[in-house]
Write a protein that binds this ligand. Structure first.
Ligand code: SF4
Ligand code: SF4
Length: 290
């Protein structure tokens, strides 16, 4: 089973839920940190690095001697990463998504592809957790291909938890796609509710069953709960607004280890998630954009 942990905005406790859920799994589990612009799950695990893989995407390189300036390459590129004004095209590597479209349509085979590094995928071991994290190179804004590189380490038959980037944009869709269940983490505040609604829309569009985790219970109001009740969305866990949790977080400690009284909460979240997944074993459909 692959469980994705997402939230409509950053700072809601998504990583706290991911790492603590992974720890209470008890058996071998993969934790994939797909927040490749700012991976931080490793900060909470006493990891020993076991491997690293460079991830690249193919970008076009034009052989000027073969180019007739027809402009077909620029016409097909959705990202304006290759532009021709009846001349040999200009290539903007930082905007290229590596789709290969321009090379395919070039009538003179003037385009061949060269690898452009975008980041690394690192592996580390921490007890029952195999951590796989993506780390985007500085100045690169091409998260989805790196996220796919992280997700290539999903193993059939092994449970996995995906820590998604915050928000509802393409990198989040790339993370959630093909997951079995999504936990949406939010806070009981008007901002939390606003971003939860966006996240719910996104997950419903992709067609993956989901439930909600409410973090910092005790602040704000009850509108998140009212919304979940009205929308028939299960609230699978409420994490109290306990200063000691924030202190453990700031020290890079797992809540289930530094505050063992919370272990039962995360174990129950795991059980409820498994049960909820059994209730909704089929994904409605699996569509999305990259
Ligand atoms: S590989 Fe795709 S994204 Fe990159 S320049 Fe060619 S058409 Fe555009
Ligand atoms: S499609 Fe090929 S021949 Fe036409 S402008 Fe682009 S590189 Fe040149």
């Amino acid at each position: 089973m692959t469980i994705a942990v997402a939230s409509g905005k950053g700072g809601t406790g998504k990583t706290t839920v991911s790492v603590n859920l992974a720890r209470v799994f008890g058996t071998e589990v993969r934790l994939l940190d797909c927040d490749v612009e700012e991976p931080n799950a490793h900060l909470f695990l006493n990891c020993s690095k076991s491997g690293e893989e460079i991830i690249s995407i193919p970008i076009p390189q034009v052989d000027e001697s073969l180019c007739n300036g027809c402009g077909e390459c620029g016409s097909i590129c959705q990202y304006h990463a290759i532009v021709s004004f009846g001349t040999v095209p200009l290539v903007f590597p930082e905007m290229c998504h590596g789709c290969g479209g321009c090379a395919k349509v070039c009538p003179t085979n003037a385009i061949h592809e060269v690898a452009r590094r975008i980041g690394v995928v690192e592996a580390a071991q921490a007890g029952n957790i195999t951590l796989i994290q993506g780390r985007l190179d500085i100045g690169v804004a091409m998260a989805p291909p790196l996220i796919r590189g992280v997700k290539a380490h999903l193993h059939n038959g092994l449970p996995a938890i995906l820590d998604a980037p915050p928000g509802t944009s393409c990198p989040v869709i790339a993370t959630l796609r093909d997951s079995d269940f999504v936990l949406l983490v939010t806070e009981p505040t008007p901002f939390g509710l606003h971003d939860l609604k966006l996240a719910v829309e996104m997950v419903r569009e992709i067609g993956i069953p989901f439930g909600v985790v409410v973090n910092r219970m005790g602040i704000g109001d009850n509108r998140v709960h009212a919304y979940c009740t009205e929308q028939n969305i299960p609230v699978l866990l409420e994490i109290p607004d306990d200063r000691r949790i924030a202190e453990a977080y700031s020290r890079g400690e797992l809540v289930v280890e530094s505050l063992p009284e919370y272990r039962a909460l995360f174990v129950s979240l795991l059980q409820k998630t498994m049960n909820a997944h059994k209730l909704f074993p089929q994904r409605v459909h699996a569509e999305g954009t990259s």
